[in-house]
Design a protein around this ligand. Structure first.
Ligand code: ATP
Ligand code: MG
Length: 257
C-alpha cells in the first residue's frame, strides 16, 4: 500500500515572549493511502499544529513531512489536499451555491461539471434547501457543512479535517460519518482530529494518541483498546500513565539531585 502522509522526527517550537513552547516533539507517523486516520489528544497536544505543517502554513523546526511523496514545504504538495479548519469560516456575503462555484473555479472547474459537483455536495451535506441563502445567515453547523463542501469541491485525494463534528447535531455528525465512509470507499485518505471518541472509533482505521507533541500510541482501536474498555477510558488511562511516568521520573531525578 502506498503512503499518503509520511512524518519523520517532526518538531515545531514556538518562541513566545522570550520562552519557547514545543508544540511538536520529534513526531513520527505514517498514514497509508486509503486509510481514515484519527488524531486524538488533549487540548494543546499539537493536533492542529501538525495539520498546519502538513498544509504548509508552518515550517517545521526540525524533521520532515511529505504528502504522496512530496515534501510539504513545496507548494505542489497541496494540490491534492482538501482542508476543513478548526474554526471554519467563509465569505458570508455569498450564497452556499456561489461559494461552491467560486471555490470550484479556483480549481479550474467550469460549466456543467462545476454545477453538478456543487449540487451533489449540497445534497450530500443537506444544504440543498439553503443553497441560495447567504452564508451569513447560516447556523454554526451549516457553516461547518458548507466549508466542508468547499474543501471537497476539487475531489482531493487527502482530506484533512480538524474536529469536523464539533458543534454538529446528530444528523450533521451522521452526514460527516457517511461522507468519510464514501471518501474511503473511493480510495481517498482522511486525516482527522476529534475529541468525540465514539465517532472516532466508528470511522477510523487507525488512531494515534498525541500528547505533548508526540505520538504516544497508535494502531486500530480494536488492537489498542482491551475488550470491555471504552476508547474514552483507554484514552484517559493512557494519558494519565504518561503523566504518572513523568512525575515518577521527575521524583527520581530529584532524589538523585
Ligand atoms: N502560533 C502559536 N504561537 C505560540 N504557541 C502556539 C501557537 N500555535 C499553537 N501554539 C501552542 O502549541 C501547542 C499545541 O497547540 P495546538 O493548537 O496544535 O493543539 P491541539 O492539539 O490542536 O489542541 P485543541 O484540542 O485545543 O485544538 C499549545 O501549547 C499551543 O498553545
Ligand atoms: Mg486544535
Amino acid at each position: 500500500m502506498n503512503t499518503a502522509v509520511d512524518i519523520r522526527g517532526l518538531s515545531v517550537r514556538f518562541e513566545r515572549g522570550g520562552s519557547s513552547v514545543t508544540a511538536l516533539d520529534r513526531l513520527d507517523a505514517v498514514v497509508p493511502e486509503g486509510h481514515v486516520f484519527g488524531l486524538l489528544g488533549p487540548n494543546g497536544a499539537g493536533k492542529t499544529t501538525l495539520m498546519h505543517v502538513l498544509l504548509g502554513f508552518l515550517p517545521p523546526t526540525a524533521g520532515q513531512a511529505s504528502i504522496f511523496g512530496t515534501d510539504v514545504r513545496r507548494a505542489i504538495a497541496r494540490q491534492r489536499i482538501g482542508y476543513l479548519p478548526e474554526h471554519p469560516d467563509t465569505y458570508r456575503f455569498l450564497t452556499a451555491r456561489e461559494l461552491l462555484h467560486t471555490a470550484g473555479r479556483l480549481f479550474g472547474l467550469r460549466g456543467r461539471d462545476l454545477r453538478s459537483r456543487s449540487d451533489a455536495l449540497l445534497e450530500r451535506l443537506d444544504l440543498t434547501a439553503a443553497a441560495d441563502r447567504l452564508a451569513g445567515t447560516f447556523s454554526r453547523g451549516m457553516l461547518q457543512r458548507i466549508c466542508l463542501a468547499q474543501a471537497l469541491i476539487n475531489d482531493p485525494d487527502l482530506v484533512i479535517l480538524d474536529e469536523p463534528t464539533g458543534g454538529m447535531d446528530p444528523f450533521g455528525r451522521l452526514r460527516i460519518r457517511e461522507m468519510i465512509a464514501e471518501l474511503k470507499a473511493r480510495g481517498k485518505t482522511v486525516l482527522l482530529s476529534s475529541h468525540e471518541l465514539s465517532e472516532v472509533e466508528l470511522v477510523c482505521d487507525t488512531i494515534a494518541i498525541l500528547y505533548k507533541g508526540s505520538v504516544i500510541t497508535a494502531g486500530s482501536a480494536a488492537a489498542l483498546v482491551p475488550a470491555g474498555e471504552s476508547l474514552e477510558r483507554f484514552f484517559i488511562r493512557t494519558i494519565e500513565a504518561v503523566d504518572a511516568g513523568a512525575a515518577d521520573h521527575a521524583g527520581k531525578g530529584a532524589a538523585h539531585a
